[in-house]
Unconditional design. Structure first.
Ligand code: SAM
Length: 294
């Protein structure tokens, strides 16, 4: 389809028309808001979703809807659209080699630098999606890290999608989410429900803090500081080089000297920033901020 051609996914009178130019502008807007670049092969999916929202919001056409996105004070529709555009795929014990690395190597390094027992040890799981990643980290620490009671451990969890955060707080999961979790952990940290799903026990739910954060928005991230370990897995693949570099700088500020960042298996910090040093441990390759204060 050529520039300016019109797309009309519904047929008949009153159908909502979205031109290629409209889609282009929307993608640029979404990119500026979130750092996410929508690939051209996903344009059809995007258009379907937008047509739905124009209808739900009872706008006369796409342009009215687009103005609403820009100027609506509460930002509720913008949040709806962000929620629709995100890819939230996750499950318990996903890419477990990095959690192994946390337990077997990273924490030894981090805890050596702590001065006293009882010191705070801060972990940030961002993006956390529906919570499987931070709960996997919490379960692994409780089960496998011998010093777990020696520190005041804080696990902070964030995502740009408000609907996944609500699901993470409730903590109800199906078989697909749990398929890699050993049965003994399921029995210890979950309660079975009558619908066949399992809910995280309230003690664990209560110990984890879920907050809405857009990592591309400094007004959301400036207060995230002094982290010892950050998990940022399977997000930067949706970013372009510019937003990846900005994210790397933001993570650098958020980490304590000597802090670590773990990325997803197809993501590499060396390609996006020279701020971090690669550290190869037995279980995984991770990245470290220099232990010296600069
Ligand atoms: C594929 S999930 C990854 C979840 C988990 N880290 C894992 O590896 O299983 C990607 C998540 O990134 C979130 N996301 C997308 N853009 C974001 C942004 N700018 N700031 C924070 N989270 C974002 C999405 O809402 C989605 O839940």
């Amino acid at each position: 389809m050529t520039e300016g051609q019109q797309t009309n996914s519904a047929s008949g009178e009153g159908a909502i028309i979205i031109t290629d130019d409209d889609l282009e502008k929307f993608c640029e807007f979404l990119y500026r808001k979130t750092g996410i670049r929508i690939e051209s092969k996903k344009r059809y999916f995007l258009e379907r979703r937008l047509i739905e929202r124009v209808g739900v919001m009872k706008c006369a056409n796409f342009r009215d809807y687009f103005s609403l996105l820009h100027f609506e004070d509460a930002g509720r529709e913008l949040q709806q659209v962000v929620n629709l555009m995100t890819i939230n795929e996750t499950y318990f014990f996903r890419e477990m080699y990095q959690i192994d690395c946390l337990i077997n190597s990273i924490l030894a390094d981090v805890s050596r630098r702590k001065r006293r027992q009882g010191d705070r040890l801060k972990i940030w799981s961002v993006p956390c999606s529906t919570g499987e990643e931070p709960y996997s980290i919490a379960i692994s620490l409780l089960e496998r890290w011998p010093l777990v009671d020696d520190f005041e451990i804080e696990i902070h969890d964030s995502d740009i999608d408000s609907s996944v955060l609500e699901r993470a707080k409730v903590g109800v999961y199906d078989e697909r989410a749990l398929h890699l979790l050993p049965m003994m952990y399921r029995q210890k940290y979950f309660t079975p429900r009558s619908d066949g799903n399992w809910q995280i026990i309230s003690d664990l739910r209560g110990s984890i803090d879920f907050t809405l954060v857009n990592i591309s928005n400094l007004s959301h991230t400036w207060q995230y500081r002094d982290f010892d370990v950050i998990f940022c897995r399977n997000l930067l693949i949706y970013f372009d080089d510019v937003s990846r570099r900005q994210a790397a700088e933001m993570f650098y500020e958020a980490l304590s000297p000597g802090g670590f960042i773990c990325l997803g298996h197809s993501e590499s910090m060396s390609r996006m920033s020279s701020l971090f040093v690669p550290r190869k441990f037995a279980d995984a390759m991770v990245y470290q901020k220099s232990p010296q204060r600069l």
